[in-house]
Design a protein around this ligand. Structure first.
Ligand SMILES: O=C(O)[C@H]1O[C@H](OP(=O)(O)OP(=O)(O)OC[C@H]2O[C@@H](n3ccc(=O)[nH]c3=O)[C@H](O)[C@@H]2O)[C@H](O)[C@@H](O)[C@@H]1O
Length: 465
């Protein structure tokens, strides 16, 4: 005989007026509904986390806030010796040691993006001339972070501490300004790259807009004294401007890429912080900076990789067949420009969130003043590497690129003596020399012997001069 159904566990179902109704006794209602509620809230949490991850990956990647802060803090520990606790006495000692200039008249500079290409060169140059430098970098994986770690080691050997930290990490920045009265901030941390903005737009907002605001907030409201800020804008702000060479007086309201739009937004944000809080701010519009320890995502670097390994490269040209051109600027020239801007930056005028008077607000082009067709840049690399590129020439797609850039640098020359001196052939030679050594390129590629011949020729030229 079949046993009676256990009604304590199952619902009694009954047809009533054509509808299926559930009749459950009241205590079970409470138990069942709290169980359901619990499951529903777990499900809702998982769905929310998934949605957040899908829609805001950069916010997770470029962590901010308390959780991020604790993640970042554990990183600070791993950077310094394991005995050093983030924010502790030994940490503060290390930070102060790195920040202390050799002479009392030296600058005390916080360099953001210090393990980046321009950040590394500037930090070294500042340290070498006796300034105090503390670096920050979030070591993100936009390109291989091992290159950033190698730059960090280089800086460490020169006495510059680079902390693993994001510019959105407000508690860390607050702490840093509590420990060191920075006279200057050289703000180079950013999401770079023109075309990548189509693939990961939010990362540009997180670094170039939110990060810039986070930094200005601390500098304006918390830092005492307020530092003078020099930061990296970009030649890309000229966008669809057709007047050449590009002057700081030209229109910059037609950006061609989201990257350019975030840099242009940065310039507008700088105006606001200068206007409200008296922050002294200088924006530097860099023009396609290249050189040793460069960025692997940039064309001259990735073309070098591909030429050496025999992979084809894609070369863009204009719809009408005209060459795409860039005002390639050598890193040493840009470093001189950055230091010139720091040295001529006037102090901020505010304190404790209050503006005490008008403060300096400047924007400068830092370019080379002589645009070169990208195909010519490839030709120089072929010559240096002793190997032909496999070229795939295509019409410039709608990818945010502009047809040409060309800097007028007379303003930077007038205000701090900026005068670029390195042509593309000379600069690329220095880049390839570094590349061959850094990556241990085999002589089979003909590169070492090519370099040796060039060096011998240079020595002969020097001797006969
Ligand atoms: O001057 C600037 O403001 C910008 O300079 C560079 O941007 P870009 O000039 O696009 O530099 P690359 O990515 O190295 O490209 C150089 C040239 O090579 C061309 N290119 C690039 C990639 C490629 O596969 N093929 C190709 O022909 C581009 O169209 C461009 O004309 C940097 O990547 C930006 O971060 C910086 O802000």
């Amino acid at each position: 005989m079949a046993s009676a159904p256990d009604t304590s566990k199952s619902f009694k179902l009954e047809r009533h007026g054509g509808y299926l109704l559930r009749r459950i006794n009241s205590t079970k209602v409470i138990a069942a509904s709290s169980h359901l509620l619990f499951r529903a809230s777990i499900l809702a949490t998982v769905v929310l986390i998934l949605l957040f991850t899908l829609h805001y990956p950069p916010l997770l990647l470029y962590h901010s806030g308390a959780a991020a802060s604790s993640a970042a803090h554990s990183n600070h520990r791993s950077l310094l010796s394991s005995a050093v606790t983030y924010g502790g006495a030994a940490w503060e000692r290390e930070v102060r040691r790195s920040a202390t200039p050799r002479s009392p008249s030296g600058l005390t500079v916080l360099v953001t993006g210090a393990a980046g290409f321009v950040g590394t060169h500037c930090s070294l140059a500042l340290k070498k001339r006796g300034d105090g430098v503390v670096g920050l970098d979030n070591f993100n994986s936009y390109y291989n972070p091992s290159l950033k770690r190698a730059r960090q080691s280089l800086l460490s050997r020169h006495g510059v501490l680079v902390l693993d930290a994001d510019i959105n990490d407000t508690p860390l920045l607050t702490k840093l300004f509590d420990v060191v009265p920075f006279s200057h901030v050289l703000h180079l941390a950013a999401q770079a790259g023109v075309r990548y903005a189509m693939r990961n737009p939010q990362s540009y907002v997180a670094s170039n807009v939110a990060g810039l605001v986070a930094l200005f907030e601390i500098a304006a409201k918390h830092a005492d004294p307020q530092p003078a800020v020099v930061w990296a804008s970009s030649s890309s702000v000229y966008g669809l401007n057709t007047a050449t060479p590009f002057s700081e007086l030209h229109r910059t309201d037609r950006p061609a890429s989201l990257y350019a739009a975030t840099k242009k937004a940065g310039e507008a944000i700088a105006h606001t912080y200068n206007h409200i809080y008296g922050l002294s701010i200088t924006g530097l519009r860099f023009f396609t900076v290249y050189g040793p320890w460069g960025r692997p995502d940039m064309a001259y670097f990735s073309f070098t990789n591909d030429i050496i390994s025999g992979k084809p490269i894609t070369l863009f040209r204009m719809q009408d067949g005209a060459a795409v051109q860039r005002d390639f600027t050598y890193i040493d020239d840009v470093v001189k420009g950055c230091l010139g801007a720091l040295d001529t930056a006037k102090p901020s005028t505010g304190s404790g969130s209050k503006k005490r008077g008008p403060a300096q607000l400047r924007v400068y082009n830092l370019g080379n003043t002589s645009p070169v067709p990208v195909a010519k840049m490839v030709g120089i690399l072929e010559e240096l590497l002793g190997k032909k590129a496999k070229k795939n020439v295509v019409t410039l797609p709608q990818n945010g690129d502009v047809p040409y850039t060309h800097a007028n640098v007379s303003l930077a020359e007038k205000d701090f003596g900026y005068r670029p001196t390195t042509d593309l052939a000379t600069g690329l030679k220095k880049f390839v020399k570094w590349y061959v050594e850094y990556y241990g390129v085999k002589t089979g590629n003909n590169v070492h012997s090519k370099m040796k011949k060039m060096e011998e020729k240079e020595a002969e030229e020097e001797a006969s001069a």
